[in-house]
Design a protein around this ligand. Structure first.
Ligand code: AMP
Length: 394
């Protein structure tokens, strides 16, 4: 199957050829014809499957085929809602690449940065708007954005939007859209709230399921180290002495934790930066760019900050803390091993995280191999024990 077989128009094919996309991914093969046929879509798929292009390409095609009145202000015809700023910016970057040979314009609306530039891009007119719910609501309340001409709505990472408490904002936004529209809904997981939303929002949707969450990451080499909390940083330092770890995305549970880990690594002369919600948008983007360019070797992130970040050729994901939601583990490790590459996912498990490990193993339906032989084996099996009771080694 080629992109040409999917009946994409020449300006899009040209952009894809320039990007060296040789063949559509499975989600693209299934989604593109359905969206072009104006069907509603429900995609159960996660980042890394090519889902952005799966919805962006047919949207660009449908909109660019409609005549626009010369000199008239462009109405926003497609709205893409995403949970995080990084994801919104990334989707916009992709849309600009895919649409570079069309006349379409896109704009991004995200929180954490000045509103002025966003107002200006709306004034200039955009065909496609990519937004996080909070800032979009702000602008709607100020009557700065008109959603009455929306034809296609995309809800991307809907499960994450629910997790982040955006459900009311989402509903308020959707209530302002024309009832007669096409809705494309993507979610990596299927909790009951998502099933309910799908039932209310979608009409006779085409359903596409790509790599169920429990069976993802078959290609990823996973391992777990049992280690006491206070020895985790030492173990991380030790592992990172291995220069074959070219780049590592380290997941921390908290913002403070992320900062602490980055500082600790810097002290050991390992280049690292933290990325989390307390950092300004500029600081986050800089950290991300430094990581992508290889200027920093380690990016330490919280789940929310890392959501949607697209890093090609990431070799290692390290879970400094295990997540309490097992699906999050699958999302995290899915950052490596993309596009057919193999990846490595290492997890540190302290005594209190053992139940999380069990939940994860249940979800992925296999045990994660334990690394027994390492210098900081877990000795602290009493959760009430004070850290200093644990003998420090080395
Ligand atoms: P996504 O799941 O949308 O985050 O996409 C994951 C990565 O795959 C992104 O870096 C895309 O640029 C890339 N990608 C998407 N579709 C293709 C394709 N058909 N061929 C090659 N790379 C692709």
């Amino acid at each position: 199957m080629t992109f040409k077989d999917l009946k994409l128009i020449p300006p899009i094919l040209k952009a894809l050829a320039k990007e060296n996309y040789s063949a559509p991914t499975p989600i693209q093969e299934q989604a593109i014809p359905a969206v072009l046929a104006r069907r509603d879509l429900f995609g159960c798929a996660q980042t890394g499957t090519g889902k952005t292009a799966a919805f962006a390409l047919p949207i660009i095609q449908l909109l660019s085929e409609q005549p626009v009145k010369p000199n008239a202000r462009r109405p926003i015809r497609s709205l893409i809602l995403t949970p995080t700023r990084e994801l919104a910016i990334q989707i916009d970057d992709n849309i600009k690449i895919y649409g570079q040979y069309t006349r379409l314009r896109s704009a991004v609306i995200v929180g954490g940065v000045s509103q002025k530039a966003q107002e200006q891009s709306l004034e200039q007119g955009a065909d496609i708007l990519i937004a996080t719910p909070g800032r979009l609501i702000d602008l709607m309340n100020q009557s700065l954005v008109d959603l009455r001409q929306i034809q296609i709505l995309v809800l991307d990472e809907a499960d994450r939007m629910l997790d982040m408490g955006f459900i009311h904002d989402m509903k308020r936004i959707i209530a302002k859209l024309p009832a007669q529209r096409q809705t494309l809904f993507f979610s990596a997981t299927m909790p009951p709230e998502i099933t309910k939303l799908v039932q209310t929002l979608l009409h006779n949707p085409v359903k596409i399921e790509i790599t169920p969450v429990s069976s993802t990451a078959e290609r990823i080499d996973q391992s777990v180290y049992f280690v006491d909390k206070e020895n985790k940083l030492k173990l991380l330092n030790l592992l990172l002495q291995d220069r074959s770890i070219a780049s590592a995305l380290v997941f921390a549970r908290t913002k403070h934790g992320a900062d602490r880990i980055a500082r600790g690594l810097n002290k050991a002369n390992i280049t690292a930066q933290a990325i989390h919600g307390d950092k300004s948008q500029n600081a986050r983007q800089t950290a991300l760019n430094n990581f992508k360019s290889g200027a920093t070797r380690v990016l330490v992130a919280t789940d929310i900050a890392a959501r949607g970040i697209d890093i090609e050729e990431l070799s290692h994901v390290i879970n400094f803390n295990l997540p309490n939601v097992p699906e999050t583990y699958v999302h995290r490790i899915g950052r490596t091993g993309r596009a057919g590459l193999s990846g490595v996912a290492i997890s540190f498990c302290e005594y209190e995280e053992i139940p999380y490990l069990k939940d994860i193993e249940k979800l992925i339906r296999k045990p994660i191999p334990k690394v027994e032989d390492h210098p900081y084996p877990m000795v602290n099996t009493d959760p009430a024990a004070k850290p200093e009771k644990s003998p420090s080694r080395r």
